[in-house]
Design a protein around this ligand. Structure first.
Ligand SMILES: NC(=O)c1ccc[n+]([C@@H]2O[C@H](COP(=O)([O-])OP(=O)(O)OC[C@H]3O[C@@H](n4cnc5c(N)ncnc54)[C@H](O)[C@@H]3O)[C@@H](O)[C@H]2O)c1
Ligand SMILES: O=c1ccn([C@@H]2O[C@H](COP(=O)(O)OP(=O)(O)O[C@H]3O[C@H](CO)[C@H](O)[C@H](O)[C@H]3O)[C@@H](O)[C@H]2O)c(=O)[nH]1
Length: 321
């Protein structure tokens, strides 16, 4: 049995492929719009193509005995989604519908979906559980929530099971040092700070200092990419064993760090001093997003193995190379 990883040339997808290939046959489908072929483990079969191309999916589902699809492929820049909503609804929703139709047609029954904390919008609680209301405030978050709703509807009428994983802030790099966070352009805080400390950026802009948090900067929950990868494998195996089906889980460390705290932690690991510019708020940023991940811990025994220091150290090792 094989696993199809859509978006397996991207940051989180490629780390998950690396965890999968020891045990499973893996097929990666990616159009390389934001991903890199060099990140894909050579033991996986790579098909360059688009999620929305039914003919490519027909070929993959005919040529390989696919038991499950892990779906990472999406556009995921919040600001861009506000500027260009149709791109997000087309790629994150419409193309996903083609994938789901082809799965049903070819009798592929298991699906793991990369969702996001952005479905919660600006939550009215500091510790977000899966019961916290979904009120996305941008097209990116809405596009992910739409797919979540589609999944519930189709699982109702088809022989089809899914797990939705709502990641908080993915960060860190693979322990082998061979792959790490590679977005171009990079928008995420930790790689930006590390690139600056390596002399690749002039300064760091801190977006907003007047939030209702201890030091005025935004607080986020950073989770190691390998912990995310392992949650996918546990979710798949839980579904395959019949232990879980049609569930939604948060994935975070349960600890919040402010932008200032992240910069300080990066400075300590890199043993270098950053040049910081305090800038205006970035549109669409909630003050605080911290996950309660007790639901997946109870259901599947998932627990993060990496704390903030391990996350930043692994990212520093990758970026320094
Ligand atoms: N990085 C984070 O902190 C974070 C947080 C929450 C959720 N997510 C979600 O996790 C997933 C992976 O994020 P990432 O940071 O690895 O992003 P990424 O951009 O590195 O990876 C996405 C991959 O999907 C591919 N892709 C996009 N559209 C495609 C299409 N139509 N057909 C085929 N391939 C396509 C891209 O080429 C890329 O390789 C996304 O769905 C994202 O929304 C990420
Ligand atoms: O140069 C920078 C970059 C970021 N930040 C701040 O650092 C925090 C973290 O920002 P990231 O861009 O690293 O991450 P986000 O919290 O914005 O986004 C992440 O979580 C979101 C859910 O809320 C989405 O899922 C998204 O895909 C995922 O990357 C935010 O307060 C942001 O304003 C800065 O101050 N300066």
């Amino acid at each position: 049995m094989a696993i199809l990883v859509c978006g397996g040339a991207g940051y989180i997808g490629s780390h998950t492929v690396k965890e999968l290939v020891d045990t499973y046959e893996v097929v990666v489908l990616d159009n390389l719009t934001t991903g890199f072929e060099s990140l894909i483990d050579e033991r996986a079969t790579f098909v360059k193509g688009d999620l929305g191309d039914g003919a490519v999916l027909d070929r993959i589902f005919t040529d390989h005995a696919i038991d499950a699809v892990f779906h990472f492929a999406a556009n995921s820049l919040v600001g861009e989604s506000v500027e260009n909503p149709l791109k997000y609804y087309r790629n994150n929703v419409s193309a996903t519908l083609v994938l789901l139709e082809k799965m049903i047609e070819h009798n592929v029954k298991r699906f793991i979906f990369s969702s996001t904390a952005a479905t919660y919008g600006i939550p009215d609680t500091e510790m977000i559980t899966e019961e916290t209301a979904n009120k996305p405030i941008n097209p990116y978050g809405r596009s992910k929530l739409m797919v979540e709703q589609v999944l519930a509807d189709i699982a109702h009428v088809h022989d089809f099971q899914y797990v939705v994983l709502r990641y908080f802030n993915a960060a860190g790099a693979h322990e082998s040092g061979t792959i790490g966070e590679s977005h171009d352009p990079e928008s995420h805080l930790i790689p930006i700070v590390l690139q600056h400390l390596l002399g690749q950026r002039e300064k760091i802009s801190v977006f907003g200092t007047d939030y209702d948090t201890a030091d005025g900067t935004c607080v986020r929950d950073y989770i190691h990419v390998t912990d995310l990868a392992r949650a996918h494998i546990l979710s798949y195996e839980g579904m395959a064993k019949g232990e879980i089906a049609n569930e939604t889980y948060n994935l975070g460390n349960g600890a919040g760090y402010s932008v200032n705290e992240i910069i300080k932690a990066c400075e300590a690991i890199a043993e270098r001093k950053a040049t910081i510019e305090y800038a205006d708020r970035r549109a669409g940023d909630p003050a605080t997003l911290v996950a309660s991940s007790t639901k997946i811990a109870a259901a599947l025994g998932w627990k993060p193995a990496f704390d903030l220091e391990a996350i930043i150290s692994s990212a520093w090792a990758w970026h320094s190379k």
